[in-house]
Design a protein around this ligand. Sequence first.
Ligand code: CIR
Length: 253
Amino acid sequence: MFKQLIVKKPGNSYVEGLTTSELGSPDYDTTLSQHGAYVEALKQCGVSVRELPSHEEFPDSTFVEDTAVLTSKFAVITNPGADPRNGEIKEMESVLREYYSDIHFLEEPGKLDGGDVLQIEDHFYIGLSDRTNEEGARQLQEIVEFYGYQGSIIPLQEFFHLKTGISYLGNHTIVAAGEFIDHPDFNQYEKIIVPPEEEYTANCIRVNDFVIVPEGFPKTKKKINKAGFKTIEVPMSEFQKQDGGLSCLSLRF
Ligand code: CIR
């Protein structure tokens, strides 16, 4: 169960953020209304949502997930792999101090984005990507193992972040796309397979009794419903344009 979520309003500079997607420039007003729909969906799941104000200096800072890794026992402030995003962790540290007394920091030369970390019960899977290097992954693994969790490191072939291609829904069930469909590290889980044309929906989030999915991917939504999960759809086109998915927009604990 999650009780608390942190989100951050996109600023006007959001449209100038980092992207590899070639889907065009986001429209700011639509971005704001989609962010509002995301916050409403979270509230429907029965959580308290803390909405941080926008920050023009950091165009990508609405993607709060990359700044921290949170558990019920401790928080880890990351060292984000993209230089223009690195300053985002300062604000997040002061916010997280209100909730956590046990806070760890990833240190240079370690780099890590929270989007590369997937917790499945007591196991943390840590992706190696353009944003997360071996040293960052190793530091996080050491921290989680100190608390009695397991950690393993997964080099990515194709996806931007680990969670771009895989999500955990609970009940031993994952949603998997592309390179994760037959990945040996995830073979022990029940799998909901995402077809190639719906790859974007591999990034979805279970929040208490619901799975929030991006709007417009009916085949995967149907499979998630058939597996026994209730879904809420949220329009995400303007976040997809900047390489962001549903998980990226919140920190959940
Ligand atoms: C970036 O390039 O950092 C942002 N435009 C997208 C970050 C997406 N975050 C995530 O997948 N956790």
